[in-house]
Design a protein around this ligand. Structure first.
Ligand code: MRU
Length: 321
C-alpha cells in the first residue's frame, strides 16, 4: 500500500495534510484530541471512513492525556455532521469497558485495520460488476486518502484495474473543494490507472456520447431504505445515469450505514463556508457580498441506485439490509 492518510507514531498521530495535496506532501503532528478535531473540521483529513479512524485516534490521544471520555467524544462528534462513520467510531470507543490508553489505542488500531480489510472486500465484490474495458465515472475522493487504505468506490476501481480489466476512469473535479481533481487524480496517477479528470458539468455530455459504462460513488451515510448521502453533485450524476440507461453504484462499508434513519430525509447535511465558493486557492473570484448556499453533500434516493456494494455482499433494489 503506497498511500496512507494517517499513521500512529508512539504518542502522536501523523496526518497527511490533504488541504495542500497534490502540490505538497506535508505531514501534520497531532498531539491532542483538540488537534484531531481541528484537522477534521478544516478537512486536513476527510472522507467518511478516514474521519472515523481519525476520531478513534483522537479518542486515544484523549485517553493518553487523561481527558474526560464523554467530553472528548462530544467535541470530536461536533467536528462534522454528515458522515456517520465518525459517530460510529466514537461510540465504539466509548462503549469499551475501560478508558485506559493502551486499550483505547488498540481499539483505534483495530478500527483502522478493519476498514482496510472491508475496503479490499468491497473491491472484490464490486469488481465483479465491472466489465472488461469499461469506462467508469467517479466523483469526489473515495480512495486510500478517504479511508484506511484501498478505498471504497475507488477500491472497486483499484481491484478491477489490478484484475487486468483495462478500465478507464473519468474523475469529476468535485467543486468546490476539488477532491476529485486534487486527490483522486493524485491517487490514480500513483496507482497507474488510466483516467481523465473532467469538470463536473461534463458528465452529461460524456454519457450522451456513449463514453461511460457505469458510475461509482462512495457514501457518507446510508439510510435504511437505501438513500445515500455523498458529496454534493452525486445526486445529479445518479439522475443523469438513469436518464442515459447507465448503471449507478454506491460502494460503502457497514460503518457507513445508519439503519436508525428510515430515509435520507433524516440525514443531516453539512453546510460549509461561503468562501469555499467565492475563493479559489485563497483568491477571490466572486463579487464582494455574494450570497452563497454551500451544502457539502446531497442525498441520492435509493431507487436511483442500481447496487450498493459492501464488504459482505452486493445489495440490489428494493433495499433491505
Ligand atoms: O467532504 P468530504 O471530502 O469529507 O466528502 C467525502 C465524500 O463525499 C466521499 O465520497 C465519502 O466520504 C465516501 S469516502 C470513502
Amino acid at each position: 500500500m503506497t498511500i496512507r492518510p494517517m499513521i500512529w507514531d508512539g504518542r502522536i498521530l501523523r496526518m497527511l495534510d490533504q488541504r495542500v495535496l497534490p502540490t505538497q506532501e506535508s505531514w501534520l503532528e497531532l498531539k491532542s484530541s483538540a488537534d484531531v478535531v481541528d484537522a477534521i473540521k478544516t478537512m486536513a483529513v476527510r472522507g467518511a471512513p478516514a474521519i472515523g479512524v481519525a476520531a478513534a485516534y483522537g479518542m486515544a490521544l484523549a485517553a493518553l492525556h487523561g481527558e474526560d471520555k464523554d467530553k472528548a467524544g462530544a467535541k470530536l462528534a461536533a467536528s462534522r455532521p454528515t458522515a456517520v462513520n465518525l459517530f460510529w467510531a466514537i461510540d465504539r470507543i466509548k462503549s469499551m469497558p475501560t478508558w485506559e490508553f493502551e486499550t483505547v489505542l488498540a481499539e483505534a488500531k483495530a478500527i483502522e485495520a478493519e476498514d482496510l480489510a472491508m475496503n479490499h472486500a468491497i473491491g472484490r465484490h464490486g469488481a465483479e460488476l465491472i466489465g472488461h474495458g469499461w469506462s467508469i465515472l467517479t466523483v469526489c475522493n473515495t480512495g486510500s486518502l478517504a479511508t484506511a487504505g484501498h478505498g471504497t468506490a475507488f477500491g472497486v476501481i483499484h481491484t478491477a484495474h489490478d484484475d487486468g480489466k483495462q478500465i478507464h476512469v473519468y474523475s469529476c473535479e468535485t467543486r468546490p473543494r476539488q477532491q476529485g481533481l486534487r486527490l483522486t487524480a493524485y491517487e490514480l496517477l500513483k496507482e497507474g490507472i488510466p483516467f481523465h479528470s473532467i469538470a463536473d458539468g461534463a458528465a452529461a455530455s460524456l454519457m450522451r456520447a456513449g463514453k461511460l459504462d457505469c458510475v461509482i460513488a462512495g457514501a457518507d451515510r446510508i439510510a435504511a431504505n437505501g438513500d445515500a448521502a455523498n458529496k454534493i453533485g452525486t445526486y445529479s450524476l445518479a439522475v443523469l445515469a438513469r436518464h442515459h440507461g447507465i448503471p449507478f453504484f454506491i460502494a460503502a462499508p457497514s460503518s457507513t450505514f445508519d439503519l436508525s434513519l428510515a430515509s435520507g430525509d433524516e440525514i443531516p447535511i453539512e453546510e460549509r463556508s461561503s468562501s469555499e465558493l467565492t475563493h479559489i486557492e485563497g483568491v477571490q473570484v466572486a463579487p464582494d457580498r455574494t450570497p452563497v448556499y454551500n451544502p457539502a453533500f446531497d442525498v441520492t434516493p435509493g431507487d436511483l441506485i442500481d447496487a450498493i456494494i459492501t464488504e459482505t455482499k452486493v445489495f440490489s433494489r428494493p433495499y433491505a439490509f
